[in-house]
Design a protein around this ligand. Structure first.
Ligand SMILES: Cc1cc2nc3c(=O)[nH]c(=O)nc-3n(C[C@H](O)[C@H](O)[C@H](O)COP(=O)(O)OP(=O)(O)OC[C@H]3O[C@@H](n4cnc5c(N)ncnc54)[C@H](O)[C@@H]3O)c2cc1C
Length: 378
């Protein structure tokens, strides 16, 4: 890793690495096959504060800066990207409340999130994906409450969350300016978890629909003002994309590690396959691209740590690291030959896991649109 870590960062990285290797890795194959959410494994991470990485210390978090957060997320994703994503989704939920919540909301929900509750951030709907501002879930004011109706989809942590940030519209004719954010707790009447996605990859992460059938939410649980929801949803996007880039880089690095190990052991034509220049060049390209993606996320994180804007850099990091993860994991399967295609070895799962990184947090097409917009000033 071409980055100089402080001794604190090294200790933390070592702790995460050991935890992932000992506590998580032995169970991955079983849970991946079943497509089951390993709640108990996540609870062990709560004890170490993995759901509070960059949450400020004064709010009960670890107070990590953006750069250190990317290092930690990469380390988790090297072993299991769903682990990093589950923790990170809880972090964004908490951050939304810290950035836009009232003192009362911060106090109320910190108490629940700090000890280790899962959070979820729910913007996407069946007819509103990339065009998130066209969402249709409605919030109608009724005295001191709002009544929510609609359906959300692809909600990470959907089935296991205790606290949800829900985006609904108070007036569809206003478009993005009608979108309003609410904090919704598990178990309130009319609110239920819908379909559970049986996914191609990232099967240790839980993804569900959410259904709102005349759900009464107190106005005290509205986050920010009416119409500020879209701004709230977009607020943490640059930091989020840099974190997602780090997760993609973790997937790539995990695949490189497996490919190098295998290529040293596998003997064909009387010598380990790594002695062939064709294999060496493939590994060299995999490593080069992974390092480039890593450096893009570090430079974006450094800008954010300096209090600067990083919209273009975050989009570049997310897009490049995701494309790299798909390419690198595909090449890792190639290095392992037929065994790479077999479920006996971990690289086929890495290949399946990598694909989602080009889709979520704004598809890679959307990232290219953002980069072009920053370039053209439009
Ligand atoms: C596993 C998983 C977890 C997720 N977690 C969450 C979550 O926690 N919270 C949440 O709110 N959402 C979540 N999502 C949703 C995710 O953010 C969306 O899937 C994503 O934004 C894309 O939306 P879509 O799937 O509707 O695709 P669409 O928007 O329908 O896009 C389909 C294709 O068209 C392309 N496209 C669309 N518009 C344009 C355009 N103008 N120009 C060029 N190409 C375009 C897209 O890039 C894509 O290739 C998750 C999704 C998955 C699969």
């Amino acid at each position: 890793m071409a980055i100089i870590l402080t001794s604190d960062q090294q200790d933390l990285t070592e702790l995460v690495k050991n935890f992932m290797e000992k506590e998580v890795k032995p169970h991955i194959k079983e849970y991946d096959r079943k497509g089951e959410f390993p709640l108990e494994l996540y609870k062990k991470g709560f004890e170490l504060g993995f759901h509070l990485l960059n949450i400020p210390e004064e709010h009960g978090g670890l107070g990590l800066d953006h750069r250190t957060t990317t290092v930690v997320l990469e380390e988790m994703a090297k072993v299991e990207p769903a682990y990093a994503v589950t923790m990170f989704t809880s972090i964004i939920t908490f951050e939304c409340i810290l950035l836009s919540g009232s003192k009362e909301q911060i106090a109320k929900y910190s108490e629940k999130l700090i000890p280790g509750a899962l959070g979820a951030f729910s913007l996407t709907e069946p007819n509103a994906g990339s065009d998130a501002a066209s969402l249709r879930t409605t919030a109608v004011r009724d005295g001191d409450d709002y009544i929510l109706n609609g359906r959300k989809c692809f909600v990470t942590n959907g089935g296991y969350s205790d606290i949800y940030i829900i985006f609904a519209t108070v007036d569809r004719s206003l478009g993005a300016k009608g979108i309003t954010a609410f904090i919704v707790e598990k178990g309130i009447p009319g609110f239920s978890v819908g379909k559970h996605e049986d996914k191609m990859g990232l099967r240790l992460s839980n993804t569900t629909d959410l259904v709102f059938d005349n759900v009464r939410v107190s106005a005290a649980d509205r986050l920010g003002k009416e119409g500020e929801g879209f701004k709230i949803a977009m607020m943490g996007l640059d930091a989020g994309r840099i974190c997602h880039a780090a997760i993609s880089t973790g997937i790539s690095q995990g695949a490189i590690n497996e490919a190098v190990k295998y290529a040293k052991e596998r003997v064909q034509f009387g010598k380990p396959i790594i002695k062939n220049q064709a294999i060496q060049f493939m590994l060299a390209d995999m490593d080069m691209q992974t390092e480039a993606g890593r450096q893009l996320s570090y430079s974006g994180a450094a800008l954010l740590d300096a209090g600067m804007k990083a919209t273009k850099e975050a989009a570049m990091a997310k897009c490049f690291a995701a494309d790299t993860a798909v390419k690198v994991t595909q090449d890792a399967v190639q290095v392992l030959g037929g065994y790479g295609y077999s479920r006996e070895y971990p690289v086929e799962k890495m290949y399946r896991d990598a694909k989602i990184t080009q889709i979520w947090e704004g598809t890679n097409e959307v990232q290219r649109m953002i980069i072009a917009r920053e370039l053209t000033g439009k």
